[in-house]
Ligand binder design. Structure first.
Ligand SMILES: NC(=O)c1ccc[n+]([C@@H]2O[C@H](COP(=O)([O-])OP(=O)(O)OC[C@H]3O[C@@H](n4cnc5c(N)ncnc54)[C@H](OP(=O)(O)O)[C@@H]3O)[C@@H](O)[C@H]2O)c1
Length: 252
């Protein structure tokens, strides 16, 4: 008897999705599990939401585990991957999704804002990738980073967040060049404004402007992004490497 789990494109794979209790990360975890991967649901605060997701994925026939780790702290990052290794024995896919936004005029910024955004959005990505790559097997693996359209668009009050995502794009290109010989691809997905807690935190005027400037005339949904991540995680995307892929409905 065949089920969608048995014929899934990611059967036998183990995936870590950082920041998967809510928003885009949650949709990615659901989609990768649907495609057959065992999924590690990382969270920072919302244990209830993370474990509720694990229970649902398991009820649908999947394998999943929730692990608390603040990805801006190196010790937590290391502990996350130790738990992955203990529980699943190997690792194939890392989705660096956990991220934090926060807009402010230049004059309102302080060192704490800088640390909050860069420690998670940049340092977290680098050291989670380091830990993951150490555990990829001889067949290599996939690293998929969540960037943003703001990594290349000029938008006021976004200097730190935009710079952190431009850094993600740059890290993506460098690590793709560095890790290709080990059969590891590194790509980034850059969403436009997407309907999540983070997306909802933007002022209504900003959302309306984005919708007006988006060819498809709406905000993104987490599933729109998760489907692209699932494609990059699949064997069909084996020749895509070092790219930032814009998933923004045609935002100009
Ligand atoms: N939404 C958008 O419009 C948009 C657009 C472009 C790019 N992005 C990018 O897409 C990614 C996901 O965004 P989202 O909108 O889904 O965000 P979100 O709704 O704010 O959800 C953030 C997720 O990250 C987790 N998280 C927060 N801080 C963390 C930390 N220090 N360590 C580990 N996990 C942490 C949260 O866990 P808890 O629930 O436990 O707090 C939650 O699961 C981010 O990288 C973001 O920059 C989003």
């Amino acid at each position: 008897m065949e089920t969608s789990q048995i014929i899934g494109k990611l059967n036998g794979k183990v995936a870590v999705v950082t920041g998967a209790s809510r928003g885009i990360g949650r949709a990615i975890a659901e989609r990768l599990s649907h495609d057959g991967a065992a999924v590690v649901v990382n969270y920072s605060q919302n244990a209830d939401k993370a474990w509720e997701l694990v229970a649902r994925l398991e009820a649908d026939g999947g394998r999943a585990l929730a692990v608390r780790a603040d990805l801006s702290k190196l010790a937590d990052v290391q502990n996350l991957f130790e738990q992955v290794e203990q529980h699943f024995g190997h690792l194939d896919i890392l989705v660096n999704n956990a991220g934090v936004a926060g807009g402010s005029p230049l004059d309102g910024l302080d060192e704490n804002d800088y640390a909050r955004i860069f420690d998670l959005n940049v340092r977290g990505v680098v050291f989670a990738t380091q830990e993951a790559v150490r555990r990829f097997g001889p067949d290599g693996g996939r690293v998929i980073n969540l960037s943003s359209v703001l990594g290349r668009m000029a938008s006021p009050y976004s200097s730190l967040y935009a710079a952190s995502k431009a850094a993600v794009d740059s890290i993506t290109r460098s690590l793709a060049a560095e890790l290709g010989s080990r059969h590891i691809t590194v790509n980034a997905i850059a969403p436009g404004l997407t309907a999540t807690d983070m997306g909802d935190s933007f002022p209504t005027e900003v959302k309306q402007t984005v919708i007006r400037n988006t060819a498809l005339g709406r905000l993104g949904e987490p599933q729109d992004i998760a489907d692209v991540v699932a494609f990059i995680a699949s064997d069909e995307a084996r020749w895509i490497n070092g790219q930032t892929i814009y998933a923004d409905g045609g935002l100009r």
